[in-house]
Structure formats: C-alpha cells, structure tokens
Design a protein around this ligand. Structure first.
Ligand code: HOZ
Length: 430
C-alpha cells in the first residue's frame, strides 16, 4: 500500500512543479519520495505517516532553538492577536533593528525584508547604486538565493540538478557576474587585476553552506577584505546561513572581519519568513526613501515574523547556548567519522558552531572541485538508510546540516549508533 507521503507527492506533482515549493526538497539527488512533514517539536519532526525523525535539517537553518520553541510560538500567538500585517511602521521592527545593530559590530543600520533572496538582491543593488559600478564577484558553488545576478555557477538546488546556472537569466545580466574559486584568493586577485575598477561588490558565504559545508581557509576572507578596501568595492558577507548560527555575531564575530554589508535570514525569523540587509551608515543612507536605491515590500517587517525573530534572539542569549550547539555538532561529526573509519569507509566531517558537513571523502573538501569528487552514491545510501531508521539529514550531498539547542546528548548518541550498521554495509560495498 502506498504511504501518505507517496500519495501526497503524486497529488503535489500534478499541481506544483516537481511537487515541491523549493527544489532540493524533491529528493532529486538522493532519489525516492520526499517525506511530507505533518508537525515538528524540539529536535524531532513527524511525517504524514506518523513516523518520527531526529531532524538535522532544522528547516534549513531557522530552527536553531528547536522546532516550535514555546517562547517563539507564544510570541507569534501574541503578535497575531494584535493583527497580522499593517503596511506601516511598528515598535517591534524598531526593536528588531536595534537588536541586530547592537549584536553585529559592522551594522549601523538595517532594512528588514521577507527572505534571504530579497536581502542579497537588495544588497547587490545597493552596492551597485553606491559605487556606480555594475560587476559583482561571486564564488563557484556559493548560493545567495535566486536573484538573477546570483544564479551563475551557484550551489544548493542548482548542484542537485547538475545545472549550476539557471535558464531565464539574460546573458546581459550574467556577464556582470564574475565567478571566482572559493578559498582561492589568487583567483580573486586575478579578477580584480583585470576588472577591479568596475567591481561593485564581492559577495561571499563566509562559511560556504550550499556546496555542503566548506570552511574558509586562513587568509581567504581577510584577503577579500583587503582587495575590496583597495579597489573601493563593497564586501558583502552573506550570513543568511551563518548569522547567529556559528556564534553570537556570526562569522564577523568568529573572524573579526568587518564586511561593508551583511545579509541575514533564517535564524532572525525564528521559523517565519524574514530577511535583512544592513551595514555601515554611509551605505545604508543610500536606500530609499532617504537615498536613490529603491527597495520596498508590502510584508517587509511583518509584525508576526518580527515577533518570532525577537523571541528567537532572546533564546540565543540562554547561557551556554553556543557552547552546547558547538559540542553537539562536533560530537555528531566525530562520532560518525569514527564509525566510518572502523568500517573502512572514506568519510570525514566538519562543524562550525551549530552547522556541520558530512563528506564521503578522506578529508573535508576545501574547494568546489574537491567537493564534486566526494562519493555521491555512498551519500545517497547513507541518507536513505539513516532516514529509514528515523534520522533525517538534508536530502543532498551539497547542503550543510544543522543541530539545534533542542538536540540532546542522547539524540546525537542515537544517531551515531544508528549509523553503525549503515557504515558497516557501506564498508562491505553494499
Ligand atoms: N536553498 C535551501 C538550502 N540551501 C533549501 C530551502 C528549502 O528547500 O526549503
């Protein structure tokens, strides 16, 4: 008998392209039918067939406090009772802007939007408007949402489907996007030597999280900062994924590097749709209505989403929050790696704060090319065998994983222990 997920997927495919509202969810790179999720609580999700999973997707990052955290749900309930949307300024959004500027050293001013894609698109427009230049530099395998200029050699779902540059992006737009190699400063220097005077911005995920997880090598981000300063280009840290995830000040806190603009999303919405871009006042005062760079949105600063985000930020202040997150993520990847090694499976892992990467390769990849050499078939087998036992990882070898504050030591131990027969079978070539 078909499962509820199978029946729902069949129905969905008739009325939604690919049956999903965001491509990676379709299980394209692992095969099979996506599990339709009915509800979630803490570190767990339950599908429409009533199966329970320890969840390492975390809504792709936002669920840092755990799903349906009581404080966040209560904040949403209270805000909803006051009205869902006004299209007018609110006290909550001022509090949110103040909280973000207080937490991030590089941020004097911030504009709230409704998604990470909107944040990166708007940051690029601001950089272009402020510099009067058209070109931007991005990195192969980095993903910054689905704005036209950024869908060139991108990561995430585009890698899943083997088409790193989207159809529908005019060649005239794409030619303004110069693509460099992540963790290869020389490739950026070469681009600047030739095009430096026309480069408006460099946009980078300070930890790449959309070609699996790739940690920046020492000197890489520092080098980008120096190049941007030298050429008068805007350095944009896309911290939609890393913001408040790898530490209380995101990667700018971890590295001490001050980008000119930062984009945020995920965690700052507490599970509701929110994004933000912000930075130094000199740049931000160029945004409409005080400046000439237009940016707007009917639901921008949604009172309910902002209430969720403010509650999430409060949860982050729980003593020991980041230490716990870091220990859980590190314990998970080390535990899996030890079992893989004992089974003779080439495997490694890495983690930064509450995000992690799992690689079917001897050592963690440092570049897009190295990532592409990981064993995708073994990942696929691992993914399904773990899912069948109730441990849900992202359905693609090109996505980072996430732990939440709700993951207990016992959850992590259960996942490590469930991996034993899986790695043993992989080691036997099954
Ligand atoms: N682009 C997201 C992962 N990096 C996936 C979002 C989703 O499918 O919800």
């Amino acid at each position: 008998m078909p499962s509820h997920s199978e029946l729902l997927f069949e129905r969905a495919c008739k009325v939604i392209p690919g049956g999903v509202n965001s491509p990676v969810r379709a299980f394209g790179s692992v095969g099979g039918v996506p599990r339709f999720i009915a509800r979630a609580q803490g570190a767990r999700v339950w599908d429409e067939d009533g199966r329970e999973y320890i969840d390492y997707v975390g809504s792709w990052g936002p669920a840092i406090a755990g799903h349906a955290h009581p404080k966040i749900v209560e904040a949403v309930r209270e805000a909803a009772l006051d009205g869902l949307s006004f299209g007018a300024p609110t006290m909550r959004e001022v509090k949110m802007a103040e909280a973000l500027c207080a937490r991030l050293p590089s941020m004097d001013m911030v504009r709230l939007v409704s998604s990470g894609t909107e944040a990166t698109m708007s940051a690029i427009r601001l950089a272009r408007g402020a510099t009067g230049r058209d070109a931007i530099v991005k990195f192969e395998g980095c993903y910054h949402g689905h704005g036209d200029s950024l869908l060139v050699k991108a990561g995430s779902g585009l890698l899943t489907f083997g088409n790193p540059s989207s159809a529908g992006v005019p060649e005239d737009f794409a030619r303004h996007t110069l693509v460099a190699t992540y963790n290869d400063l020389a490739s950026v220097q070469t681009i600047f030597a030739e095009h430096g005077e026309r480069i408006a911005a460099v946009i980078v995920e300070p930890v790449a999280g959309n070609m699996n997880l790739v940690r920046p090598v020492p000197g890489f981000l520092e080098g980008l900062r120096q190049l941007c300063t030298r050429y008068g280009s805007v350095l944009i840290f896309d911290e939609v994924m890393t913001g408040f995830r790898v530490g209380p000040q995101g990667m700018q806190g971890v590295t001490g590097i001050r980008p000119d603009l930062v984009t945020l999303g995920k965690v700052i919405g507490g599970g509701m749709p929110v994004g933000a871009f912000g930075g130094c006042a000199e740049l931000m005062i160029q945004v409409a209505p005080i400046g000439a760079v237009y940016q707007a949105g009917t639901l921008s600063g949604s009172p309910v989403a902002v209430a969720a985000g403010l509650a999430a930020l409060e949860v982050l202040d729980t003593p020991g929050f980041y230490e716990t997150l870091e220990v859980r993520a590190r314990t998970l990847v080390q535990g899996l790696a030890e079992i893989a090694e004992a089974s003779g499976v080439p495997f490694s892992g890495d983690s930064i704060g509450g995000m992690f990467g799992l690689y079917f390769a001897e050592t963690p990849p440092q570049t897009y090319a190295e990532m592409m050499r990981c064993d995708a078939l073994s990942f696929r087998r691992f993914f399904h065998a773990m899912l069948d036992q109730g441990h849900a990882f992202a359905p693609s070898p090109f996505e980072a994983g996430f732990v939440s504050f709700a993951h207990s030591e016992a959850d992590i131990a259960a996942t490590i222990s469930a991996s034993e027969p899986v790695f043993a079978a992989l080691g036997r070539g099954m």
